[in-house]
Each structure stands twice: as C-alpha cells, then as structure tokens.
Design a protein around this ligand. Structure first.
Ligand code: NAD
Length: 354
C-alpha cells in the first residue's frame, strides 16, 4: 500500500466541506480541515482541524504548510436567496469570498500544491438566459457576455478566472465545478442562510396537516437540486480526471418551487396550503446542463430528487422535533445571520479587515 494522499479542505465546517471530509476519510486520505467554525451537526472526521479565518494570509500560510496532494477550496460567505438576493450582504459576500480565494490560490501555487478544486456556482450564468422558467440555458459556454444576477455570482466568476489564470501562468492544476443547488442532511436548515429545499422541509415539518406555509413569489420559478452524495461523487471524479473545467455539477431534474414544496408535503404525508408572498427570488428559471460533464467524465448525476428529499426531510424533521421539545424552535430572519463576518472563535487571530 502506498502513502495515503493528503488533502486540505477549506470550509470543512460547512455543509459540503463537512461531507467531503467524511468522503475523503473513507477513501483513505489524511485530511486537514479549516473553517471559522467546526461542523454544526456532527463531529468532524478530519485528522487535523484548524479554526481560522482564511481572509487572513497568515492563516492561509499556516494551514498550507506542505505541498498537499489536493486542496478543496469551498470556503465562502454564502447563503440562500434570503441572503444573496436582498442586496444587504453584497459588500461582505464579495470582499470575504474574494479575499479567501485571492489568498488561497496564491499560497497553493507557491507551495506547489498538486491539485486544487474550486467550487463555483450556477449563479455565474447570465440572467438574460434564465428569464423563461421552462427553457433556461446554463451550458458552460453560455456564461459570456457575463451578466450574473447577484454579486455572489460576480465574485464566483472573478475567482474562476483567477484560478484559470494561475493554471495558465503558474502551472497550478486547478479543477473548477459550478454547483447547482446542493442539498441534503446536515446543511443549514434555519437562520436565514438556508436554501429552498431545507427551508421547505423545515416549514413543512413545523406546520400541522391542513395548515399553511409562505413562499416567496408565485412558485412557478424553476430550479434543479442535487443531492450531496452525487455532488461529491462529481467533485471526486473531476479531481481524478485531466479536465480542468469549469463544468456544471447539478441535476437536470427541473421542478417548479411549487412542485418542490408539494413533493416534500407528499414525503411528509401532509396537505398544506401555500401562501405566495413577496420576497427575493433570483432568476425565473435555472437547470443544470450535463452534456459537458457526461462527455468529459463519462458520468452525470442520476439520483432522483424525491429520494434525496426523503433523506433530507427525515433529518430536518428530526432537528425540528428536537428543537421544539427543547423549547427553542424559532424561524429566524437573515438579520440573525449577520455574525459570520465578525470575530470567529479562532485560535488564530482574524484578519480584522471587516
Ligand atoms: N450549497 C450549494 O447549493 C452551493 C451552490 C453553488 C456553490 N456552492 C459553493 O460551494 C461551497 C460550499 O458551500 P456550502 O453549501 O457547504 O456552504 P456553507 O456556508 O455551509 O460552507 C461554507 C463554509 O465556509 C466557511 N467560511 C466562510 N468564511 C470563511 C473564512 N473567512 N475563513 C474560513 N472559513 C470561512 C463558513 O464558516 C462555512 O462553514 C461554497 O463556496 C459555495 O459558494 C454551494
């Protein structure tokens, strides 16, 4: 048996990063995680976990103290529509995520890291191709002329370009994926940063049969959602391949938001009415286009949305029951989630730049 590969996972306290650490450990890697916080819902399986702020170059240097076989850069200041599309967090999102990427790509290049993964997003695709709910266009080459509908998307596009520049100029082997709405157990399910699948699982779990939930917009906007295990399978296959990307990692099973809520109600065995209210929405239609990933990796995700939602509802329902029996169930607003950019409980001093 050869020496195990070593990997650094940035954002290892988050949803995708937490799951990725578990997957890499199962595959026999030695793993270091870094994040502002430990994973919220289960203990990290990383061999080594640094609580630190990646906006601070000193922290980046400290965690990248060797030429890692693989670095996965998932750390970002992000959330669902209630966080990204209100406009209130634009400066934090751009500044914080860009700082992390500026630092990490440079230090990884200097430390001769062998391969670096960057998690971009479907939010980079131009708004003008996503105005028809039934026919959104999200093929990889359709990104230009660029017109993302959020600053989050602009930062992702800038960072994609920066990683590719390091690939061309410094020989850093990068792999870039554009994630489309990843969901699953152990993701944010309350507090204002949660995404639609988690938000509806929570609302439906909290609401009695025959009750009512609120939904932003008319619910006719479309999206696709990818289960976490499929996302990680795609990431690992991309890392093991010679293909740099950017490539979509998403599901092609497009559904309306009304349809999503109804599917969750079916899983919960509840009949609940939907009250449509005003709220941040994002583009009218979005779906992953999996032609390129299939062509380059000979693979594309295939798990049905319903199966992924069954696992996710079960987990969120448990969190809701636990919180309500502990007497502190509350649906918080985005106001409650503003703390992320503030001082983390770090063993390394935060950058102090925000
Ligand atoms: N979940 C999705 O649907 C989705 C879709 C598209 C792209 N992405 C991208 O995938 C990556 C992971 O997403 P996720 O859903 O796991 O999000 P997440 O918010 O659960 O994880 C991101 C992690 O980054 C950490 N972080 C933020 N600022 C940091 C800093 N300054 N220093 C150190 N750590 C910091 C956070 O604490 C968090 O744990 C992100 O880059 C995100 O933009 C996710």
């Amino acid at each position: 048996m050869g020496t195990p590969k070593d990997a650094l996972v940035c954002g290892a306290g988050g949803f995708i990063g937490g799951h990725l650490v578990k997957k890499l450990k199962k595959e026999g890697y030695w793993v270091r995680g870094v994040d502002l916080k430990l994973p919220e819902f289960s203990e990290t399986e990383a061999d080594d976990f640094v609580i630190g702020d990646l906006r601070n170059p000193q922290v980046c240097r400290k965690v990248t103290d060797r030429p890692f076989d693989e670095v996965y850069q998932l750390a970002a200041d992000m959330g669902g529509a209630g966080f990204i599309f209100t406009g209130e967090h634009d400066s934090e999102v751009m500044h914080n995520s860009a700082m992390i990427n500026l630092n990490m790509v440079d230090i990884c290049s200097k430390m001769r890291v062998k391969k670096m993964f960057y998690s971009s997003s479907a939010c980079i695709y131009p708004e003008y191709n996503q105005t028809d709910a039934d026919n959104p266009k999200c093929s990889e080459e359709s990104v230009y002329p660029a017109a993302p509908d959020s600053e989050y998307g602009w930062e992702k596009l800038f960072s994609e370009r920066m990683y590719l520049a390091y690939y061309r100029n410094a020989g850093l082997e990068v792999r870039i994926a554009r994630f489309h709405n990843i969901f699953g157990p152990e993701g944010t399910w309350q507090g204002g940063r949660e995404k639609a699948p988690a938000a509806f699982c929570r609302k439906i779990a909290e609401t009695p049969d025959g009750g009512e939930i609120e939904m932003w917009g008319d619910g006719k906007q479309t999206r696709s959602f990818l289960y976490i295990d499929e996302c990680l399978e795609g990431v690992r296959r991309l890392m093991d391949s010679d293909f740099t990307g950017p490539v979509n990692i998403g599901s092609e099973e497009m559904i309306t938001i009304n349809g999503l809520a109804e599917m969750i109600m079916g899983i919960a065995g509840k009949s609940i009415s939907i009250k449509h209210i005003k709220g941040p929405l994002g583009v009218r239609g979005r779906n992953s286009d999996n032609k390129l990933i299939n062509e380059k990796l000979g693979w594309k995700p295939s798990l049905s949305l319903e199966v992924g939602l069954e696992h996710t509802y079960k987990w969120i329902n448990k969190q809701v029951q636990r919180a309500s029996s502990a007497g502190h169930i509350s649906i918080k607003t985005t106001e409650d989630s503003k703390g992320l950019g503030k001082t983390p409980s770090a063993d390394i001093l935060p950058a102090g730049n925000k």
